[in-house]
Write a protein that binds this ligand. Sequence first.
Ligand SMILES: [Zn+2]
Length: 412
Amino acid sequence: MYPMLKPALRRAWRGRNTVQFGVTPAHAVTLGPVDIATGSFLELLDGTRGLPLLHEEARALDLPERHVNLLLGRLAEAGLLDDPRSAGPGADALRRRVEVMDRQRPDVASLSVVRPDPGGSLRQMAARRAMRVQVRGAGRVGASIASVLSGAGVGQVEVLDGGRAEPWDVAPGGLPPASVGERRDVAARQLVRRSAPGPAPRRTGADGAGAGRTGTNGTGPERPGGGPATAGARAGADLAGSAGQPGLSLVVVAPRDGLAVYAPVVDTAGPWIASGTPHLYAGVIEATGLVGPLVLPGGTGCAGCLELHRADRDPQWPRMLAQWRSGRREAAPACDLALATAVAGLAAAHALAFLDGDLPASTGTRWEAALPLLDWRSEPIGPHPECSCGTAGGAGRERASGGVPAQDTMAG
Ligand SMILES: [Zn+2]
């Protein structure tokens, strides 16, 4: 081991004998009391010295070996230590690709703040390379999400959409002006390739297999009730090594028509619910931006749950929804460029947090911000007892399958 204090966390003396690592409350840690000799020893933890050399230099500072071991243990426990040399085969492969590493240095540094274990940041970045994400929609929001995911190191980003790119699909982080008139899916594929920090990962071989294995060893929290989601992600990673084509780790639903995010079409989500594929909604409707919910099938409320809850609150909802869905729409729907960019960035960040093994705040929750005040608000999307996804538990399912029409339940 070559211990290194995580360089991403700024260090400052808080008073005479306490060191604070990190600025913001989310990740800042204090260590104390630290005497002058220990303070000098901390300066040696820059990843260039192995343990034997560290002990030797500690002796020169009159620091007993036990003290040094205790200190290293505390630093590691507090998530402050990185190890730039050891992180596993996937990380080693990544480290050898200098130009890719240079592009992703800030992202790896950010991961080092989030992941407590030494070498965890590089392991996580390597794991992203083995993941496969599908983005549905190549408009201002969808194309930007795909581009960011690709740039952030996700190995396979597919984009699905129909038709040809229109001038109003163009966005600074999305489809370029030159793509106007091209097939949207083809243009988005080129965008994804251009955004990637390096050539696409090989689909077989030690590189992908190593990354896949380490990817399942995340130290993030348990996904609550998300057995199927975890299993899905694991299946994806395992397949990367064996069949050469990983399963989908996540579907991002970012259609050009934001109505399909605000009121997702239940049938579209059916196959993802059935297969246990996690999916995240993101889009803009009129002047409102939406991120979430991230649906973990079997663990959180789904599109069907959302629709049933809405109809419970507003009996006229289904009638209006039918009109909105069948009505003629303007060629270019309202979509503020900055709002679309913010939604895309936030959605991509939520997607990455999930892919990295955490449960972002969009899990079972939708975040909304409306122009012009842009006050982000959240709305939990809980499981609905009548929904066929069955997440709400046995009682509701029995009632639903017992032939009680949903209309009766709504009225009663
Ligand atoms: Zn449901």
